[in-house]
Design a protein around this ligand. Sequence first.
Ligand code: HEC
Length: 155
Amino acid sequence: MKSKACMAAIILWIMTVTAVGWLFVKGWTTEGSDGRAEILLAPVERDQILAEMRLLLKAVDGIIRGLGEPLPDLKAMEAAARGAGMDMARDVEPTIMAKLPLPFKQMGMSIHKDMDALADAIAQSESSQQILQRLSSMTARCTTCHDMYRFGASR
Ligand code: HEC
């Protein structure tokens, strides 16, 4: 009797660990109507991430605009990159984090890390070409992630 209860506890434990591990890797997703993985977020959570996305595009815009100027405003470009750095990522709530698939989190975090590195590079007066190279390695990730995922609304 005792060993049966013990067995049941072990099975339950394995199931829980598997479920948590599965959620950690796959996130809260389903297949979207266009074939991309659809991450199911509550409407406010989706709004929050989309607002973050628009800030990312503003950061990219700020840097490219700066590069296009004959006399780039390095301070403004540095601030644009820094604004999309790791500080931005720290605001994301754990409940949202739990629903995001592992590759999504990895790509997202790498963008924030690289934005900080880009801000440092601008402060150290790297050449326009080097700055563009850093930026394009990030925009490649923007498009990769957009090809893989979309957001859907859940309760
Ligand atoms: C880790 C994945 C990921 C990365 C990296 C990423 N995005 Fe997104 N982004 C998404 C998803 C998912 C959506 C929602 C797409 C959908 O539902 O069709 C989105 C939407 C957007 C939107 C639309 C916002 C709105 O209000 O509808 C913009 C703009 C955007 N992203 C810009 C960017 C830029 C610029 C970068 C790179 C600097 C970037 N994203 C990197 C996943 C990502």
